[in-house]
Design a binder for this molecule. Sequence first.
Ligand SMILES: C[S@@+](CC[C@H](N)C(=O)[O-])C[C@H]1O[C@@H](n2cnc3c(N)ncnc32)[C@H](O)[C@@H]1O
Length: 239
Amino acid sequence: MSVPMIDINKWRYDEFEQVGKDYSLNNEVAVYEETHSKFRELVQESNEFLDILSVKAGESLIDFGCGTGVFTIQAALRGVNVFAVDISQNMLAYAEKKALEKNIQSISFINSGFLNYTHSSELVDYIMTSFSFHHLPDFWKAVALKRMHSMLNSSGVLYIQDVVISEENCINNINSFIQSQEELGGDFLRVDAIEHFRDEFSTYDWVIEEMLKRAGFKIESKESFSGLICRYKCTKEED
Ligand SMILES: C[S@@+](CC[C@H](N)C(=O)[O-])C[C@H]1O[C@@H](n2cnc3c(N)ncnc32)[C@H](O)[C@@H]1O
């Protein structure tokens, strides 16, 4: 069974309304890389993903929820044509400034989101979304996956990294995660983690995996860390 194509214009979820952490705020944008660097190697991680995807110069990629543009810029440095999409004007402005400082001009920065972005160029080779998909409630995740499916060419690849919850031992895993975030980044990362699980829409891995299948994706690989972070590499199921 697949997600039906629907006319959602009258009741579309307002994805421009920030939920949980407010990435429209300049002060959140300004501290994003410094705080995330306490638990992620941002540039190294981006290059690992680009290696996994085996991207080549001249290929195309949409980065949904590009944030400060770390992945977007690493992809562009490899000659990939990137469409960097984010609902936050301030995130986009920050990312664009960094790209211009590096004299990179092959990135299109677009103020839009999973539910509103319309891709009017050729279908793309890759879609990446890192730590952004959980901003949508589950029904809308399914709608967004179907939309992303329609933007990828027949050999296209979707790569998702996000906070996705394995059910076994999940309460303990979440509590341990909040504690380890506090150890790494004090109050800021503790509150950040609490707000994540309280206010945002991270869901179970079995929910995401079923949604991926119903949207027409095949999960080629899954990596899971601490029962809370998942990385999925997906291709399009043949019709
Ligand atoms: C946690 S940051 C992730 C940034 C970056 N991708 C990374 O891996 O560090 C989440 C980003 O998703 C954006 N975002 C939230 N909801 C979105 C939506 N519906 N469509 C596109 N971007 C969205 C936020 O504005 C924010 O920049």
